[in-house]
Design a protein around this ligand. Sequence first.
Ligand SMILES: C[S@@+](CC[C@H](N)C(=O)[O-])C[C@H]1O[C@@H](n2cnc3c(N)ncnc32)[C@H](O)[C@@H]1O
Length: 326
Amino acid sequence: MPAGIKTKLDPIHQAFLEDAIALFEGTRYGHMSPWLYGREGAPWWEAYAENSTAAAEETLLLKRLVKSKPGAITQATEVIEAGPGAPKAVREETSRIVRAAPHAKLYIPIDLSDTFHASTADEFGKNFQDVTVYPRKANFFKRVPIRRLLKNPLLVCMGLTISNLPCNVEEESPHDVLVKALKNLKATAQHKGHLLVSVDAHNDGKDVVANYDSVIVKNFYLSLITRMIHELGLKGARESDFDYRPVWDKKHDLLSHELVIKRPLHIRLGHRSFRLKEGHRLRVNNSFKWPNGFFQEAMEDAGIPPDIKLQTQRRRVTLYLAPNEP
Ligand SMILES: C[S@@+](CC[C@H](N)C(=O)[O-])C[C@H]1O[C@@H](n2cnc3c(N)ncnc32)[C@H](O)[C@@H]1O
């Protein structure tokens, strides 16, 4: 291990290492979304989100929702957020929600990114001195224990984050994996209050590929390699050994974000080594583009049938608000 890499990893780095090994050995794929937003990837995500039309559409929907003053927001006593992300999202979305929730005295951001935890605390603190921030560094696709008794929480998962569901589509049913993830969000909110989720509903294949085919997105995905070098001691590869390719999988309504190897590599990671051929594809992350019916059915199957559904005219983003009852 190089200097700076601890021989005994903390549980989060251990999970990162296991996911990275699974990616190189090809036993899992589409599962790396939790690890993309380290200090290397976060600035690229910020640059992407800055000009994202989907983010702008989502903010529009949120404005409409907040204006209608639903009890789920106005009566919320806690706001839990799965993946607050960059300061712009906290400014334009999180803050808008918390401002509309006068009884909310506790804000619980759940994120695996240290960078975004720090910026969220900063941005949030500027606006809400009387709301306690209780940050959790955990994987929200699993159940996250919140060691506080919640009264009427609103759990929000914005930024189309649920569409990055870790799922190996060749072996797992996206419906079942999605239902499980939704049930875990429900459990994180202690089966109380409401869930507000935004979903990517734009599934014109050609258009979708064009949306991701940019230098910013490429650098965002390549930065994962540098993060592995810095934090996991990966040897035998650099960013320049990979190309980024967005691939449309029509059968699964899935945009697969892939890193393609440009020359034969002998990679060492943890106690493992991998020989990978030129052209080998690493399927790093999923962006599902489910039809509306698919997502709604999954919510119903998870026991959270939505009672409000909002969609933009261009039908790229859908917002669901659902009671999270036992
Ligand atoms: C797609 S970004 C969305 C950010 C923001 N909500 C927005 O609207 O732009 C996903 C966020 O969730 C975090 N994240 C992704 N997967 C995660 C996971 N499984 N567990 C915890 N955090 C995760 C990332 O660090 C990032 O902050």
